[in-house]
Ligand binder design. Structure first.
Ligand code: ADP
Length: 241
């Protein structure tokens, strides 16, 4: 799997917030978009998700141009703050939702969906909690369920926008480890948006450091520390734990 983001530009009301952004993501790779608020991280992720459209540039997956494909047709898993769990559905119904709404023909049977949901509940270490409702779970448990819901469809790419930001430090630590573990088990490539350097350093194979609508540097965490391309990256890398 190779996901290629090429020469993406995007303006809002005459202000360019993405200025010729290019990067590529390989099989099973975990990539973090790291940068201060307003640097364009969420806009880039929304464009990858198909929720917003670039003014120019292309997105391609294994050579297939997906720039004009609808969000649903991209078959990506999303863990966004704006995509909270469905409150009126049980945990199991939430996890199985993406499978249940698949087009006839590719949609698994009820038994297959139930088996997949059980398997994911095991993977997120919440076995037996399928009948609960989101309100009966802790914040960290809810985020695990959101992750399971995103992974249930075997997505081609997993997209996460600040998935841990609402959680306290301790829960965030343990969730980090399980997200990385799950992502590796499933073998899906992932893009994480974060403004938390410790999070990017702990999780990512490669980090795209963003500033003012550009990628300042895109490299492995240790390379950002050893060979920062600019003063901004040097300061960021030196302080990251
Ligand atoms: P980040 O995720 O790094 O905080 P964003 O992608 O959310 O950055 O925003 C980048 C810039 O684009 C910001 O200056 C923001 O105000 C602006 N922006 C984002 N979305 C819109 C929009 N829908 N309309 C106008 N400006 C926007």
């Amino acid at each position: 799997m190779t996901f290629d983001i090429r020469n993406i530009r995007k303006s809002f009301e005459g202000t360019e917030v993405l200025k010729d952004v290019s990067m590529e993501i390989g099989t099973g790779e975990f990539v973090a978009l790291l940068g201060p608020s307003g640097s364009g991280k969420t806009t880039l992720l929304n464009i990858v998700a198909g929720l917003q459209h670039p003014d120019s540039g292309t997105l391609s997956l294994d050579g297939e141009d997906i720039t004009r494909l609808s969000a649903g047709a991209r078959h990506f898993g999303m863990v966004f703050q704006s995509y909270a769990l469905f409150r009126h559905m049980s945990v199991a119904e939430n996890i199985g939702f993406g499978l249940k709404v698949m087009p006839r023909g590719s949609r698994p049977s009820r038994r297959q969906i139930a088996a997949r949901v059980e398997e994911l509940l095991e993977m997120i270490e919440l076995p037996g909690l399928g009948e609960r409702y989101p309100a009966q779970l802790s914040g960290g448990q809810r985020q695990r369920v959101a992750m399971a819901r995103a992974l249930a469809i075997n997505p081609r790419l997993l997209l996460m926008d600040e998935p841990f930001s609402a959680l306290d430090a301790q829960v965030r630590q343990s969730l980090r480890a399980s997200v990385r573990d799950l992502q590796q088990k499933i073998g899906v490539a992932a893009i994480l948006v974060t403004h938390d350097r410790a999070e990017a350093w702990a999780l990512a194979d490669r980090i795209a450091v963003m500033g003012e609508g550009r990628i300042l540097q895109y490299d492995r965490p240790e390379r950002l520390r050893e060979a920062p391309a600019s003063e901004a990256v040097r300061v960021l890398a030196a302080d990251a734990s």
